[in-house]
Design a binder for this molecule. Structure first.
Ligand code: ADP
Length: 434
């Protein structure tokens, strides 16, 4: 089901900077975790292996030691990140230390921290990423793209109003579309503070909130609603480089879906967040990492296999998902690239892993619900560990963490892991306009 990605890669490889020569990187005989770009034998590229989480292989752990690599973790738990880096021989330094190659933080970075970065240092956030990850900012940026590039080209999010500012506009819209509508705090996560309404007077206006049109025809599997978490890595905003991880997680509701409004208050039916549904006595977890289509959390590829068997066009679905990801990132590109120019001293200092939440409706149209800053790397089930450890290992390989100099490459280890949707600057927006 992923053949189309191969085309995307090849198309971009041939049209891009120096991907062609970096493309076939593979471990050297010298060390399993080191690759030398074919351009130069002076720049080692470190390869990361998910196996490091479970086995303490000496040859893997010697790589970080050989180059004296150091990392620090600030304001986040991130056990998985710590384990992968430590088991590759990276040394952990105190959160206040400036002596690091990699900083992994759970929150935005202050301008003075960014300004002090040296060329060999990397941090896992771009400045102004909240243009994507705050629900109200994301909607406003996409709305602006709808106005400038055509509504239908950017019809990727449900119609949304920011209250109290747009209360009147919402009431006018409500007169035509009775909903239901879904209410969300502007800067919250994990389903907190979310509820459905069928009338504006059910809205409590104690804080800034978003009111979005509720997608009431979700695609169901065995009668249950689900959404998909995709992992998207941006390694540069200028030029824009986006990678989509080939695997994701589908999270299922715990109560069968019913379109009638009598169950409007049942969060176990309407919200698909793991943090909500794990509280339900009906939540089913799966203990076998090889079984990917059982219980309330499936791998995305298991969902795609299921849908394909049902006769659904999953190739077209995933093309639309890719399109939605690119468009969402484009909508915030200018602000983030400008902030990078202002605050970030070196082009290779920042990278970011975003968690995209996508809901598919019964017409097989994907909708972007939100983009998460610091997506959860918790591994409550074996399937989480299997997917997230590979994803994190590949992310670090891709980010090209190495001594003093960094290069980008696409891993070709077992199979293509991060799929490259790389393109040069604004090429894509012309495409959408035509
Ligand atoms: P949070 O950041 O709190 O998780 P989300 O925007 O992801 O907020 O919404 C939580 C859940 O609510 C989603 O996983 C999805 O199941 C449901 N949901 C959110 N928005 C919509 C919508 N417009 N239509 C249908 N379901 C939605």
């Amino acid at each position: 089901t992923w053949d189309w990605n191969q085309n995307v890669i090849e198309r971009n490889v041939s049209s891009s900077l120096n991907f062609t020569c970096l493309y076939n990187l593979s471990p050297t005989r010298d060390h399993p975790c080191i690759s030398w770009g074919s351009l130069s034998k002076t720049i080692p590229i470190l390869l990361f292996f998910p196996e490091a989480v479970v086995s303490k292989d000496g040859s893997i752990s010697s790589v970080g030691e050989r180059y004296n690599m150091a990392f620090k973790i600030v304001r986040t738990e991130s056990r998985l990140v710590r384990e992968i880096l430590t088991n590759h021989g990276f040394h952990e330094v105190h959160p206040n230390s400036n002596d690091f190659n990699l900083m992994w933080t759970g929150s935005h970075l202050k301008p003075y921290v960014l300004r002090s970065l040296q060329d060999f240092q990397k941090v896992n956030h771009f400045p102004r990423s909240h243009e994507l990850t705050r629900k109200d900012r994301l909607y406003k940026n996409i709305q602006r793209m709808q106005q400038t590039h055509g509504f239908k080209n950017f019809h990727i999010v449900p119609q949304t109003f920011v209250l109290p500012a747009e209360y009147q506009e919402f009431c006018n819209c409500f007169a035509k579309d009775k909903g239901p509508w879904i209410i969300k705090p502007v800067a919250s996560s994990r389903g907190r503070g979310i509820y459905l309404v069928s009338n504006p007077n059910q809205i409590s206006m104690t804080e800034n909130i978003l009111v979005s049109r509720y997608i009431n025809n979700p695609l169901l599997i065995d009668g249950f609603k689900f959404d998909v978490r995709l992992y998207v890595l941006v390694t540069s905003y200028d030029p824009l480089l986006i990678y989509v991880y080939e695997e994701g997680l589908a999270r299922f509701a715990t109560v069968k879906y019913d379109r009638t409004s009598k169950n409007i208050k049942n969060t176990f039916m309407h919200l698909t967040n793991y943090s909500v549904n794990k509280k339900s006595s009906d939540y089913v977890s799966c203990d076998d990492p090889e079984v990917e289509d059982y219980g309330n959390k499936w791998s995305m590829s298991a969902v795609l296999r299921y849908l394909k068997q049902e006769g659904k066009d999953t190739t077209s679905l995933m093309k639309q998902v890719e399109d939605l990801i690119v468009k969402a990132v484009l909508s915030a590109e200018l602000q983030i690239a400008t902030a990078c120019k202002t605050f970030v001293p070196h082009k290779t200092n920042c990278f970011e892993l975003y968690g995209f939440d996508v809901l598919i409706d019964s017409n097989l149209k994907p909708w972007l619900l939100e983009v998460n800053l610091s997506p959860s790397l918790a591994c409550d089930a074996p399937l989480d560990l299997k997917i997230k450890a590979s994803m994190i290992a590949d992310m670090f390989s891709l980010v090209g963490e190495c001594i003093r100099l960094f290069m980008f490459y696409v891993s070709k280890r077992k199979k293509h892991i991060f799929q490259c949707i790389e393109f040069l600057n604004h090429q894509i927006s012309y495409q959408y306009e035509s």
